[in-house]
Design a protein. Sequence first.
Length: 266
Amino acid sequence: MNHDMTSSARGDGLLSTHSVYGAPCWVSLTSRDLKATEEFYSAVLGWQWRPVRLGEPFRIALADGVPVAGIAAVAAMWQMAVAWTPYFAVRSADEAASRAQERGGTAAVGPISLPPGRAALLADRDGATFGIWEGELFSDWDTWRTKRPAFIRLHTRDAFDAAIFYGEIFEWASGRGCEVRYEGDEVVLRHEGEVVARIESGALGAAPDPAVRPHWQVHFAVEDVAACARAAERHGGSVLSLRADEAVLRDADGAQFTVTARRLDG
């Protein structure tokens, strides 16, 4: 769900989720304190901000002028968890939500109308939260897709079972949207050749791990992973793990995300 969609009646040539259905199309952070969130991500990821028409608690994050993510400071007001959530493009939010529930998932919010589209916040049958969006995508969506986030990754107990669940909801097997393959120990989702999501649960054939708390992890591409980790600690966050090319961070409000070294080829 983009927090700042604009009607195609203006003739801006906006893309629709009908064109890219099944692919991740946006990421959004639910937080408690808008000012603290802005300060943290400005310091760690260099983001700028702009208001949106949804109102004061909402912001669009920009990286080099390109929309990166949405921020909604409504966690306390709406009694929602502080977390990053990926949204997937669907042709019908109502049909996708129904398919999710038929397969053991749950609906936390919606589907609800957010003109010019419809959105819902769902959880898969293992409890991992994700969103769906039906409607228009902003005109610079292709730049967003290739710029940031780098991709999203589902950490779950059974990658094969999760791939079936999401594949049936988002029609991944149709051959018209996304391509899904097993690569190594992961299920890898590609859209137009670009890796847009991964699903992992350990070695193929291994028994599901009951200790894993299933969740979608959002990865942002950065130039300097170590510098982001240092900035996170200086501004009230924490570093959960750190490697040369990747760090798992927690922001000052408790939301977890990953920074990944940007590929040299862009």
